[in-house]
Design a protein around this ligand. Structure first.
Ligand SMILES: Nc1ncnc2c1ncn2[C@@H]1O[C@H](COP(=O)(O)OP(=O)(O)O)[C@@H](O)[C@H]1O
Ligand SMILES: [Mg+2]
Length: 265
């Protein structure tokens, strides 16, 4: 049965999509069967893994899968061990559909049930096909985020070393507790990953230390720094390229820490 992990924080530009892409790449490269799920209408994870514009998956995305209550038929194969449930801009209409039954196509598909457990339910028939399901989330505490949290046993909290991200953390931790209460997967934070660290800035160093004091049992020892190779993954993707090894290097430590925490649970 797959272990499901959400990558989240309700703030943009914290490395969620990049880290989700890298984690799914490393897991699949190490032989695990992986499903990457894009729950952000920006479709960045979709474009990173599929190397196609997210509009290519119009009508064939996680939104339609949730409306059909079954992801089967909406999964894109990426590599031997890696599949993707893609997203595009229309995922932004998900809350409207939940509360009115109206789809972006103009038809009506009535919804009744727990509005936070739609994704969890739709994933049911494929959970035994994967070792890991990893979900990318949008930069807001939206229905897309609560659905990702309620579908997951574990959450990796992305912390970009800045003041506004620092102030976002307590609310996000509350959302995880809410998912634990209202979902059925005993959702819990498995770690806080400090990302996009600018080693030249003393304020970034201070926030790194502050978050470690606040969440001593949760922070990963690995701190991800800003590196141009990582930023350029969005251009070159995960197919063999000159920069890939350098881009992935600093994520290996995070990967090992995460696997050992999951195995220890
Ligand atoms: N470690 C890193 N070093 C340099 N650039 C990065 C790094 N991680 C992510 N980026 C870049 O920063 C931007 C924001 O990252 P992204 O993964 O899209 O964040 P989020 O999904 O949280 O909005 C993107 O342009 C991405 O390519
Ligand atoms: Mg993103």
């Amino acid at each position: 049965m797959a272990i499901t992990i959400t990558m989240g924080i309700q703030k943009g530009g914290c490395g969620k999509s990049t880290t989700t892409g890298i984690l799914t790449h490393l897991l699949s490269r190490n032989g695990y069967r992986v499903l990457a799920v894009d729950m952000d209408s920006q479709g960045n994870l979709t474009e990173l893994l599929s190397e196609q514009p997210s509009n290519e998956c119009m009508g064939k995305s996680v939104l339609e899968a949730m409306q059909e209550d079954n992801v089967e038929g909406y999964i894109l194969n990426i590599t031997d061990h890696l599949d993707l449930l893609p997203a595009n801009n229309f995922l932004a209409t998900f809350p409207r559909w939940l509360y009115t039954g109206k789809t972006y196509k103009g038809d009506t598909i009535p919804f009744s049930g727990n509005p936070s457990s739609v994704l969890d339910h739709a994933l049911e028939s494929v959970r035994d096909r994967y070792d890991f399901i990893v979900i990318d989330t949008p930069p807001s505490l939206s229905e897309q985020t609560t659905n990702a949290l309620c579908a997951s046993e574990y959450v990796v909290v992305l912390f970009e070393c800045s003041n506004w991200c620092y102030s976002a953390i307590p609310n996000f931790m509350d959302s995880i507790h809410g998912a634990n209460e209202f979902g059925k997967r005993n959702t819990q934070a498995i770690g806080v990953l400090r990302t996009m660290n600018d080693v030249r800035r003393s304020d970034a160093k201070a926030f790194n230390e502050l978050i470690a004091e606040d969440y001593p049992d949760l922070v990963f020892d690995t701190v991800i720094t800003r590196k141009a190779h990582v930023g350029r993954l969005s251009l070159y993707g995960f197919n063999q390229n000159a920069e890939l090894r350098q881009a992935l290097g600093q994520y290996e430590g995070f990967y090992k820490e995460l696997i050992s925490r999951v195995e220890g649970k």
